[in-house]
Design a protein. Structure first.
Length: 127
């Protein structure tokens, strides 16, 4: 079976995050199933997003992009950013890696967001 990549959305506990509008979510991409990736976040694995480990409530399947799963990581990364932007425009406070550089970029080589890593990047695109 060819490798598949998923974009997933996790609802976060908004307690203590200030004004979160429609709610707080984390958007990520993974080669695992969304369920397996969520479990890794909650388990505090080395690649877990701290905000999800501390505040993750549940997967929000209703907010996933309907186009997935994707056949390439590059395609999943594009939809990860798009999903984050769409949710932000709908009033969600979005956390996640939508702005991280793609693998093999200079920033990724310096450890500032290699794709496949879901580091805690804080709220994205908030003014």
């Amino acid at each position: 079976m060819p490798e598949q990549f998923w974009v997933y959305v996790i609802e976060l506990d908004p307690e203590g995050l200030g004004d979160v509008g429609s709610g707080a979510v984390y958007v990520g991409e993974t080669a695992l199933t969304p369920e397996a990736r969520f479990a890794k976040h909650l388990g505090g694995s080395i690649n877990a997003a701290k905000v999800v480990a501390r505040r993750g409530i549940r997967l929000r399947i209703d907010l996933y992009p309907p186009e997935g799963p994707f056949s390439s990581r590059a395609e999943a990364l594009r939809f990860e950013r798009r999903t984050g932007n769409q949710l932000r425009h709908r009033g969600f406070r979005v956390y996640g890696a939508q702005g991280k550089p793609v693998m093999n970029s200079p920033a990724a080589a310096e450890g500032q967001g290699a794709s496949g890593s879901d580091a805690d990047h804080g709220p994205s695109g908030l003014s």
